[in-house]
Write a protein that binds this ligand. Structure first.
Ligand code: PEP
Ligand code: MN
Length: 281
């Protein structure tokens, strides 16, 4: 007979757990990470929605309105964007941070945005409710320590070629500085197969649920990179035990300055939320 996935027992931790004692699972409950009205790690399935980058006051206002009215609980929007192409739009910087914070306040949504450098952390933490460490910075250890010293919850994305052990070590850096409010995010890893932008590793969710008490969400947008492939993977993430999702949502995807092909429009987002039985009534 196959041993039950739940309840968890300490015997299921690998030897490498010695490297991440603070984030290792200790009991059956996951830890709860509260961001505004959203609580990651418990009964709630928390959906974060919003554009890849904040582009204008109008764009982020429309995105926020759509996310809020469909039951999204957190608004996202990049202001400092890590772009592979050095000439691509890299965000509005502090102006984008201010526009995001204002839109969040207007619609009662807490906001999350990526912090790229140690010297951005303090200022970002003044108006942004949750600090995102992106895939490309998962092993920027100085940045991990800096967000660990801040009082804000952290969304830590898995590096594009990081093992789960390395992801847990990265989370340990943050928690070890005194900030235990960390949410992990699987966003696809680089594999031999280029059919999708990255390869969504849903297997990571079952393993992480067993090994760590930290909440785990899935970002299918960056994982597949193609709009029409996102809805079924949202349902799959929910089925496999993720605590929530991060989705790129844009009021006019064709006009998006960043990650256009994977952006859901407001109607798509509403449909996805309905399919997850999350629509606010
Ligand atoms: C993002 O979420 O805006 C982003 C850049 O994602 P990732 O770090 O996973 O590539
Ligand atoms: Mn993006």
């Amino acid at each position: 007979m196959i041993a039950p996935y739940e309840p968890w027992t300490p015997a299921l931790l690998p030897e490498s757990a010695a490297h991440w004692p603070l984030v290792a699972r200790r009991g059956e409950e996951s830890s709860l990470v509260r961001v505004g009205d959203a609580v990651f790690g418990g009964e709630q399935f928390v959906v974060i929605g919003g554009p890849c980058s904040v582009e204008s006051a109008y764009q982020i206002d429309r995105a926020a309105a759509g996310v809020a009215s469909s039951g999204g609980l957190v608004l996202r929007g990049g202001a400092f964007k890590p772009r592979t192409n050095p000439y691509a739009f890299a965000g509005l910087g502090w102006e984008g941070v201010d526009l995001l914070a204002a839109a969040g306040r207007r619609y009662g949504l807490p906001v999350v945005s990526e912090v790229m450098a140690v010297d951005q952390v303090e200022r970002m933490a003044q108006s942004i409710d949750m600090l995102q460490v992106g895939a490309r910075n998962m092993q920027n250890f100085d940045l991990l320590r800096a967000v660990g010293r801040s009082q804000r919850p952290v969304l830590l994305k898995r590096g594009m070629s990081a093992t789960l052990d390395e992801l847990l070590c990265a989370a340990e850096y943050i928690v070890n500085e005194g900030n235990s409010r960390v949410v992990l995010c699987e966003r696809g890893i680089r594999s031999f197969d280029t059919s999708t932008r990255n390869t969504l590793d849903l297997g990571a969710i079952v393993v992480l649920r067993e090994r760590t008490h930290l909440p785990i969400i899935v970002d299918p947008s960056h994982a597949v990179g193609v709009r029409r492939w996102i809805p079924p993977l949202c349902r799959a993430a929910q089925a496999v035990g993720a605590h929530g999702l991060m989705l790129e949502v844009h009021p006019d995807p064709e006009a998006a300055l960043c990650d256009r092909d994977q952006a859901l429009d407001l109607e798509d987002f509403a449909t996805v939320m309905e399919s997850l039985a999350l629509t606010r009534r």
